[in-house]
Structure formats: C-alpha cells, structure tokens
Write a protein that binds this ligand. Sequence first.
Ligand SMILES: N[C@@H](CCC(=O)N[C@@H](CS)C(=O)NCC(=O)O)C(=O)O
Length: 221
Amino acid sequence: MITLHHCVSARSFRPLWMLEELGLAYELRMQPFPPRVKAREYLEVNPLGTVPALFDGAVRMTESAAICQYLAARHSPGNLDVGVNEPDFGAYLNFLHFGEATLTFPQTLVLRYSHFEPPERRQPQVVEDYARWFLARLRTLEPRLAAQPYLCAQRFTAADVSVGYALLLAQHLGLSGSFTPAVQAYWQALQRRDAYARALRAQHAAAEAQGVPTLPAPDTR
Ligand SMILES: N[C@@H](CCC(=O)N[C@@H](CS)C(=O)NCC(=O)O)C(=O)O
C-alpha cells in the first residue's frame, strides 16, 4: 500500500491528486504545517521536514513532481504518462518540472512574506515583486492553452497535475483573478475533474479524522 505524508494544500497535493486520478489505494498521513516545527517526529520520516514524502514498498520519494512522474509511469503508461516515443515526451517532462521548478518557486516567497512570517518580518515589496514574477511566468502557458485543452499529448497528464497545483496555490494566494483568459479557462476545467474534487475532500476528511489543523498557523519559521 502506498503511504503519502501530506499537509493540507501543500505541494503534496500533487501526488494526492495523482493517486485519485489513478484510483490507487493509499494511506494518507496528515501532518501539521510545518512538520519540522509542529511534528518533530516527522524528521525521522524526512530529515528535511518537507512534504510530500511517499513510500511505495522499498521506494521513498520526497519531490512532488518526481512522484507524479513515478506514479504516472508505473501505474498509467500511455495515459497520465507520456512515453519516450511520443512526440510530446519532451514537452511533457518540461511542463511537469516547470510546475514546480519555475512556477511554485516565486509563489513560496509570496506565501512566506505575506502569511508565514510574523508581522514585523513581512515584506510587502517581496510579495508584490514575486507575485508579479509568478504571473509573468504563466505567459508561456497562454498561447499553448488557447490552442489546446491540455498542456501536452492532447490528453490530461501528470504535467497538468503539476502545473494545476501551482494554479491552486495561486488561488490561495489571491492571484487567480490575474490569470490570462486561456489559463483561467484551463484552471476552471481542472477544478471540474472528479479526481481533483476527491483529493480536496480526502485531505480535509483525513485532517479532521487525524486531528490536524486545516489552516497553517502563522509565524512558523
Ligand atoms: N521541491 C519540493 C519542495 C517540498 C517543500 O518545500 N514542501 C513544503 C510544502 S509546500 C514544505 O514542506 N515546507 C515546510 C518546510 O520547509 O519546513 C517538492 O516539490 O516536493
């Protein structure tokens, strides 16, 4: 059985969404955010203290985009995965990693300096600059999504989960009102997926059942 360590709305939502898309059995272990402060024992699971951490037999993984790639390749070849011989293999890998490496990075600065730092350490200029930087990085998606419903291979893939999570985080940060039209339409369509809705419900049900707060406490350095 696959075990996923997750904090509500954190990057570990990517693998959770994938597990629901794939219909796999899994155990969801909720952690308060940030685990390295609020659940010190989690450092034995992942010494970095970050989520996700996914265990599948002897496999242990802690990078959200890599986990999406792993689950797609192992459990859904030719569907949520894009094969090496398909023309969009390169585009698939590019968008899968673009979601985390290029989009989520500026968002974490917005999150930190608008929500997680104590009031005296908040940095409105950093928040404004990195919010603008994040939105500018969506520019590369607009023409593509104006021409096709998904990022690559003419079907929903793990790359859409990776980028879709960045759009979800943008919504939490109050930035989704600035999405350009095709990105906005894509984001609305992603939210209509049954597996996306199931993943949202699963994290809230598990948090409640395990007594984990659904909102991160402020000042969690
Ligand atoms: N590149 C990693 C980043 C993992 C990461 O930083 N996760 C955040 C949650 S969104 C975390 O656990 N932060 C808590 C901390 O840094 O202590 C991934 O994509 O999984």
